[in-house]
Every structure is written in C-alpha cells, then in structure tokens.
Design a protein around this ligand. Structure first.
Ligand code: MTE
Length: 313
C-alpha cells in the first residue's frame, strides 16, 4: 500500500470533524482557537500557515481523485477475516467494534486502558482530528479520518527508554474467524521507531469519508503511516506499548526476506517476488512511477539519514 495525504487546510470544514461519535463537537467548538481555525479552513486555500494557534497539518498536497468508498471497502487485506481480498467485507460484517478499549503501556509514566471515545477526545485546543488521503498499492486514494498518533501518545508521557512503539490487534477468534487458522501468527502485531510514531503524518485512523471506519478496513482504530507500505497499517488496535527494543512485526515474522521492519516505500528496493518501481492505481490503466517515501521525502527522509535503506528495508 502506498499513501499520500492532503493538508488539513485543504479540507472543507465539514471534512475536518468526523462524526460526533469521534469527538465532542461542542467542546471542539468551544475554543476560540478552534473557531478561528475553522474559519481559516473555510476560507484559505492551501496555506497551512494561515492556521494560527492550532496544529498545522504537515502533509504534502495532492489533488488526486478519491476512490469511491465501495471500492475502498470491498478489496481488503485483513487476515483475521480471511486471506482473500474479497473475504473481509463479507466476514467482518457482523463484527462489533464498540465498546472498545485500548491499553497504552510499557515505557510511559502514565499507563492506562482507555475507552476509545475518550482516547479520541481532544485534550488540548491544538489537538485535532484530521483528514488525509492515502494511496493503496493496489490502487486506492483514501480519505482517512484520524488523530495524529503523537497527540495520543504524549498524554501517557513516554519515558526516555521508549525507543519503539509496538501495536497489537484484537485477538479473539470468536469475533475474528480468520484467527481460527494459522494464516499468520496471532495477534497481528506491528511496530514503529519512536520518531516515526511521533511524526505528525502518522495517524490513528478512525474513519473514511467522514464515516465510521468500515469493519473490513480496521474498525474501530487503525494505523496509517503515509510513507510506508500498507501492511504497516495495523487494524483493530487494542494495545499500544512503548518499548525499548525493536518489536516484532507480523509480516516480518511470516516472511522475513520479503518484509522488513521499516517497510518504507522505496522504488529502488524490490520485493523478493516483484519490482516496487511502479504502481497501478484504481481507475488507471497505465502504471506510474512509485515515489521514494511515497512522495514524502521532504517530510520524512531526514529520519533515515545514515541508514542503509537497502539493508533496512
Ligand atoms: N491488520 C491486521 N490486523 N490484519 C491484517 O491482515 N493486513 C495489512 C494491513 N493491516 C492486515 C492489517 C495489509 S497486508 C494491508 S495491505 C492493509 O492492512 C490493507 O488495508 P485496507 O484493507 O484498508 O486497504
């Protein structure tokens, strides 16, 4: 999966705040800062700089055409609901993503298990839920809705030993029938280095097109990392642990030669079984060049200075 995003300032006000289920809209509108930001979102074109007193979206601009929701929600990888890309939409339809709690612990001063709705509530006027577009390797441009992971993690006060962040999906074969077979090692796990996790482009996504996250796309809460391949986007997260050592990741466990820890989009590093130099998008016939870091070099390349990206794929 490849990902691109838009600046929040490119979004219409109606696009910025998702369904009230994600956040207390009244509280959101209470602050003058938020009000001012809404005005500038409404009036301003690109200029994220116009948004004063509120977090500015650092993502790159893209005007690419969005993929229709029914395409986004009918072609999925979610092995907990089957290994075929058409399985999740069928097998996840009765999955209940509420109530939902997320345990945040490890190297943090304030570990806690938090109800999802509380987790998504902004704690400061600067915290916002954003909208961003993502391009999946098999062809989609997705308008995710989510909160920067950094905003959430900071509340739990990571210690100086927190060098990585480990994520875990719900492990419940009764609710996720694909877990009854060992297609992967369960639970699905993922990880990021702490600087990657704290990067403002890294999102805890809760919806698509201002709607609740479809079950098959990872309800109620999933990771979106715009400059990495799609398999880093762990779905249905129940646990986030800040850790000292690099955590295991599901696809690396399954096929270490094919899937590394970093998984940065890199046209120069081929997958064992295919070239990653080109990608084909939904609705397009011709393949296009894949961009280094999925086009986010300006924002993220500095995190990898001095790292051999061929060895650390
Ligand atoms: N998360 C869990 N828990 N289980 C999975 O099988 N598949 C990954 C990722 N997250 C997966 C997962 C892979 S391989 C991809 S490409 C993306 O989810 C697909 O996300 P999408 O279905 O929303 O496009």
């Amino acid at each position: 999966m490849l990902i691109k995003s838009i600046r929040a300032s490119d979004a219409k006000p109606s696009e910025i705040t998702p369904k009230s289920v994600y956040m207390d809209r009244r509280r959101f509108l209470q602050t003058a800062a938020a009000g001012a930001a809404l005005a500038s979102f409404a009036n301003g074109p690109a200029g994220a700089a116009k948004i004063d007193g509120i977090k500015k979206w650092p993502g790159s601009l893209t005007s690419e055409k969005l993929t229709p929701l029914d395409s986004i929600a009918s072609y999925n990888n979610f092995y907990e609901f089957g290994t075929d890309k058409s399985d999740p939409v069928r097998n996840a339809r009765f999955f209940m993503p509420r109530p939902w709690t997320v345990a945040i612990g490890g190297e943090v001063a304030k570990p806690a298990t938090v109800d999802l709705d509380a987790l998504l509530k902004p704690h400061t006027p600067e915290e916002r839920i954003y909208r961003m577009r993502c391009v999946e390797a098999w062809s989609m441009v997705i308008p995710w809705v989510g909160i920067p992971l950094a905003d959430v993690l900071k509340r739990f006060e990571p210690t100086s030993k927190a060098k990585f962040v480990a994520f875990e999906t719900l492990n419940d074969p009764k609710r996720m029938p694909g877990q009854a077979v060992p297609s992967l090692q369960w639970p699905y796990v993922e990880g990021l280095r702490i600087d990657e996790a704290m990067h403002p482009l890294t999102l805890l996504a809760v919806g698509i097109y201002d709607e609740d996250m479809p079950n098959q796309n990872g309800a109620p809460l999933r990771l979106v990392v715009p400059w990495k391949y799609g398999f880093k986007g762990i779905k249905s997260i129940v646990k986030i642990s800040l850790v000292e050592k690099q955590p295991p990741t599901s696809w690396n466990i399954a096929a270490p030669n094919e899937y590394g820890f970093f998984s940065n989009v890199n046209p120069k590093v081929d997958h064992q079984r295919w070239s990653q130099a080109k990608e084909r998008r939904s609705g397009e016939f011709l393949r296009r060049d894949t961009l280094m870091f999925n086009g986010y070099g300006d924002e993220v390349a500095s995190m990898y200075t001095g790292l051999d990206l061929k060895a650390n794929y």
